[in-house]
Write a protein that binds this ligand. Structure first.
Ligand code: FES
Ligand code: FE2
Length: 374
C-alpha cells in the first residue's frame, strides 16, 4: 500500500500507543523524509560522538562521521573541547583523518592549514584573490559538551545545553561513575537498513524471546520496568533468580564499585533519541552510537567501558563481555534485514503497537514526527 507521504506529514497528529499505527513504509525509504530527518533531527539534537579517552592532551583530536557529517573534535591549548565540520573552507577536503595529536590541521587536498581553534592560519598560493581575508575562512564550528567522559555534539550553535536533552540521566546513573571507568574496546557494525528500524528495535524487548532465545528473557518480561521521559526511554531488567551473578555474586574486581542493590541485580538500557543508547550493567557500561549514512544504510558503534581494575580490563574479560553482545547484535541485524524486505513489500501495511511492550518504539516514532513536522 502506498502512502502519500506529503499527506501523511500534513495530517499527522500525536496519538497514544493504544490507538496509533506504526510508520508507513515511505517513512523508511523516502529520500525526502531522510533529508528532513537530517535537517530537523540530526541537525538540531545532541548526538553522541565518542569518548574523551581519545582526547586527553591539548592538541589531541578525533574524527567521526555522524549522519553523513564529517566531524573533527579537538582539545585546544586551554584544555577545552571544540568541534568543527571536518570540511575544508577551500573546496571541502578533509582537514584531518583518524585520531591523534597535532598543533594544527593541514587539509589533505591543497594544504590550507587551520589552528586548534579552527582559525585559518595558512592558505598557499592565494595571493591575488580579491578581498580574501583569512578570518572569513575558519572551520565551521559545532557545539561540543560532555556527560562525564561521553562526548556529544550539536550542529545547531543556538541549541539548548546538553543537560536539557539529558534530563535526569546523569543523576539517575551517578553511581556508575562513568568517569572512573576505562574505555577498553569499540566495535563497529554496518547494516543496509534505515536507521529508524534499528532504533525501534533497540526500543523494545518484545522481539527478544524470538530473536535472542539464548537470553532467556521472556520468563521475566513481566519484570521489565519501562520509563519514558522527554527524549529518553529506558528498560530495566532484573537478572533471573537462578543466574550465576545472583547466586554467587561477581568475581572480585569485575563489578563497578558503589552500585546499589537494584543496580547489582539487573541491567538497564536507556536510549537518548535520536542516536544514542547506553547499557548499564554491574560489570560494564556500553555506549552505542547510531549513525545513518544513507536512507538505507546505518553504522553502529559500541563503546565498551569496564571498571579500571586488572581483572576487568584483562583481555579475556573484555573479549567475553564483547562476544556476548556481538552474538545478540548479529541476531538483531539479521532480523532487521528481513524486516527491511518486509516493510518494502507491496503488501506491507502499518501495524498496531503493543501498549505493554512497545511504548519505547511509539515514543520514538512520536518524537520523529514532532521533530520533522516542526
Ligand atoms: S580543499 Fe582543503 S585546501 Fe583545498
Ligand atoms: Fe535485539
Amino acid at each position: 500500500m502506498n502512502t502519500d507521504i506529503e499527506t501523511y506529514l500534513s495530517n499527522w497528529q500525536p496519538q497514544s500507543v493504544e490507538s496509533t499505527r506504526s510508520f508507513p513504509a515511505e517513512m523508511y525509504f523516502d529520500d525526502r523524509i531522510y533529508r528532513l530527518e537530517q535537517e530537523r533531527i540530526f541537525g538540531r539534537q545532541w548526538l553522541y560522538a565518542g569518548h574523551t579517552s581519545q582526547l586527553t592532551e591539548p592538541g589531541s583530536y578525533l574524527t567521526v562521521e555522524i549522519a553523513e557529517q564529517p566531524l573533527l573534535i579537538v582539545r585546544d591549548l586551554q584544555n577545552h573541547l571544540r568541534g568543527f565540520f571536518n570540511v575544508c573552507t577551500h573546496r571541502g577536503g578533509p582537514v584531518a583523518s583518524g585520531c591523534g595529536q597535532s598543533s594544527h590541521f593541514t587539509c589533505l587536498y591543497h594544504a590550507w592549514t587551520f589552528g586548534l581553534e579552527g582559525e585559518l592560519k595558512a592558505a598557499p598560493y592565494m595571493q591575488g584573490a580579491a578581498g580574501f581575508d583569512h578570518q572569513d575562512y575558519g572551520l565551521r564550528p559545532i557545539r561540543v559538551e560532555t556527560w562525564g567522559p561521553l562526548i556529544f555534539v550539536n550542529f545547531d550553535l543556538q541549541c539548548e545545553p546538553l543537560a536539557t536533552q539529558l534530563g535526569n540521566l546523569p543523576e539517575q546513573y551517578t553511581r556508575y561513575n562513568l568517569s572512573a571507568l576505562k574505555q577498553v574496546h569499540s566495535e563497529h557494525y554496518e547494516i543496509d537498513v534505515n536507521w529508524k528500524l534499528y532504533v525501534e528495535n533497540s526500543s523494545e524487548s518484545y522481539h527478544v524471546a524470538m530473536v535472542h532465545p539464548a537470553l532467556e528473557l521472556f520468563r521475566t518480561v513481566n519484570d521489565l520496568e519501562l520509563n519514558i521521559c522527554q527524549s529518553t526511554y529506558s528498560e530495566y531488567l532484573p537478572f533471573l533468580p537462578h543466574s550465576d551473578s545472583i547466586k554467587y555474586g561477581f568475581e572480585p574486581g569485575l563489578a563497578i564499585a558503589g552500585l546499589n542493590e537494584k543496580e547489582m541485580q539487573g541491567s538497564e538500557i536507556t536510549l537518548l533519541y535520536p542516536n544514542f543508547a547506553i547499557v548499564f550493567s554491574p560489570t560494564f557500561v556500553m555506549a552505542r552510537m547510531i549513525s545513518p549514512c544513507g536512507v538505507s544504510k546505518t553504522q553502529i558503534r559500541f563503546d565498551w567501558m569496564v571498571p579500571d581494575t586488572p581483572e576487568a580490563t584483562a583481555a579475556e574479560n573484555v573479549a567475553a563481555v564483547v562476544s556476548l553482545y556481538d552474538r545478540t547484535v548479529k541476531e538483531d541485524l539479521e532480523m532487521l534485514k528481513r524486516v527491511h524486505v518486509g516493510v518494502r513489500s507491496l503488501h506491507y501495511t502499518p501495524g498496531r503497537l503493543s501498549p505493554v511492550l512497545e511504548i519505547g518504539t511509539h515514543h520514538f516514532q512520536q518524537l520523529v514526527m514532532e521533530q520533522i513536522c516542526s
